[in-house]
Design a protein around this ligand. Structure first.
Ligand code: BES
Ligand code: ZN
Ligand code: ZN
Length: 499
């Protein structure tokens, strides 16, 4: 989707669909909506007085312009109560306008920046939200469909941002750049997560990562199976043993700061399919497990976007990749394995595999000098139980970092909810024969104990862990996101890196 600006009167912009808006309870609209109303000889205010246009939140009215303005159709988007209006609503209103545009197969869509006028929101942030909502809603994934171009997967070509005030346009240009890069990165992560596991193996993922780095400021390195064994990444290898596909670790580096130290290490769980291993999942629980590399996808797409945005930080990405499969060679419950860190782990469940591969990736990032660490992973079903598909879990050892990451998520409509790291939970992981168990097996505080396992390997390095098990993939539409992968965490981490 191209995004362009037009410094013009709303009534003079040629397009298939023009989106204006109205708050609940307004009969005589002002601003851009007022200008359109006037050109239509008062049709909008007439329909408002009859209650046909209500301005209720997400109520949309489509009107034919009948040649009275340059747009073919006009959408009056309901903004709801002005006292309750915020950036999340701007994003959703913009997404819903794109969905309406798809229904009438509008290719050229024009919009005003909702909330930047009478809404009283910060114009830069409002503009970002409009673009984020539009690009998220314009997303489609039909790589494996023979019959393409259904209503659902129709895409708009061009979004025109209309603004009469030239000084605002300058502000908007920067907002569009950030929003476009970060939302495209999110959509790219959605593509990777939506891709079936037979089409996205560890090896294919690494090739995609390599390709991405070719025309960017990123450095690419691959640790192959032999390197993994040589370096003592036994925790990662213990997960990979049962798979016909070789594991690997994609390492990416981005240097945006003048100094040489690595400001932050980003680690993404890359289980391209999680069957549970010998602790086999039920068919129902296994169905969606191609998404178990959503953390890896997020980190890869964040890195690409970070280099496009020229973020002024040095970033190291460590992406451990493997399948988790049952086989004669698989790890067995009760096995004790070592790790790159040196700690020994008693495997209670082979389905608690994410933390195993993250443990070695964390050790590697620390060895390379990462000053801080963020890991992102579809780690625990317990997080889905606690927070559903609405919020990701966040835990860690650095409260400031956690709070900044939560705030970074809010900027782009991603919710994160902090869960506790009480010392008392440590008991759950005590093993009689090894340094730690990989999980309690008790089904208690699963998300917290998963994070406590990781903390054993993180040590004192400032660290935050984001559990996206519930948010990486949706079985319903939420806000600007359709069913399927969401690209959870990409916005959050990028916003944090830009802080
Ligand atoms: N990949 C799963 C977690 C998951 C569940 C992601 C649902 C997305 C949706 C993870 O590897 C797993 O199986 N975790 C176990 C851990 C348990 C054995 C301690 C779980 O949550 O049941
Ligand atoms: Zn698992
Ligand atoms: Zn998993």
């Amino acid at each position: 989707m191209r995004i362009i600006f037009e410094e013009a009167d709303v009534t003079k912009v040629k397009c298939d669909l023009l989106t204006v808006n109205e708050f609940e309870g307004v009969i005589k609209p002002g601003g851009a909506t007022g200008a359109v109303d006037k050109a239509l000889n008062g049709l909008i205010s007439h329909l408002s007085s009859k209650g046909e246009i209500s301005g209720k939140l997400y109520n949309n009215n489509l009107i034919h312009s009948q040649g009275k303005i340059s747009a073919d159709h006009i959408l009056v988007a309901g903004l709801g109560k002005s006292s309750e209006f915020n950036l999340d609503k701007v994003r959703n209103v913009s997404a819903k306008a794109v969905n309406e545009a798809k229904k009438i197969r509008a290719k050229r869509v024009a919009t005003i920046v909702h909330g930047a006028g009478i809404g009283g929101l910060d114009p830069f942030k409002a503009c970002r939200a409009v673009i984020e909502g539009a690009i998220l809603a314009n997303y489609k994934f039909e790589d494996y469909k023979k019959e393409k171009d259904s209503d659902e997967t129709f895409q708009i070509d061009e979004l025109i941002i209309i603004e009469k005030n030239p000084s605002k346009i300058k502000d908007y240009k920067k907002a569009v750049e950030i929003a476009q890069i970060s939302t495209n990165a999110t959509n790219k992560a959605r593509d990777l997560v939506n891709t079936p596991a037979n089409k996205l193996t560890p090896n294919i993922f690494s090739q995609i990562a390599k390709k991405i780095t070719e025309n960017s400021g990123l450095k690419y390195e691959l640790l192959e199976k032999k390197d993994i064994i040589e370096m003592g990444m036994d925790a990662l290898y213990s997960v990979a043993k049962g798979s016909k596909e070789d594991p690997c670790v994609v390492v990416l580096k981005y240097f945006g700061a003048k100094k040489s130290k690595i400001d932050i290490g980003l680690i993404g769980k890359g289980i391209t399919f999680d069957s549970g291993g010998l602790s086999l999942k039920t068919p129902k629980h296994m169905e969606d497990m191609k998404i178990d590399m959503a953390g890896a996808a997020a980190v890869l797409c964040v890195m690409e976007a970070a280099s496009k945005l020229k973020i002024k930080k040095n970033i190291l990405a460590v992406i451990p990749l493997t399948e988790n499969m049952p086989d004669g060679a698989s790890s067995k419950p009760g096995d004790v394995i070592s790790s790159m860190h040196g700690k020994t782990v008693e495997i209670i469940s082979t389905d608690a595999e994410g933390r195993m591969i993250l443990a070695d990736a964390i050790t590697y990032a620390k060895d390379k000098g990462a000053q801080k660490i963020i890991d992102i992973a579809t780690l625990t079903g317990a997080c889905v139980t606690a927070l559903g598909d609405v919020a990701s879990g966040i835990l860690g050892n650095d409260q400031k970092m956690i709070e900044e990451i939560i705030e970074s998520g809010e900027m782009s409509g991603e919710k994160l909810w902090q869960l506790p790291m009480y010392d008392e939970y440590k008991e759950y992981l005590k093993s009689t024969i090894a340094d730690t168990k990989n999980c309690s097996g008790l089904g208690k505080a699963g998300t917290s104990s998963g994070a406590l396992f990781l903390k054993e390997f993180v040590g004192d390095t400032p660290w935050a862990h984001i559990d996206i098990a519930g948010t990486a993939h949706l079985d319903r539409e939420i806000g600007p996101y359709s069913k399927g992968a969401t690209g959870a965490g990409v916005f959050t981490i990028l916003n944090y890196l830009m802080m």
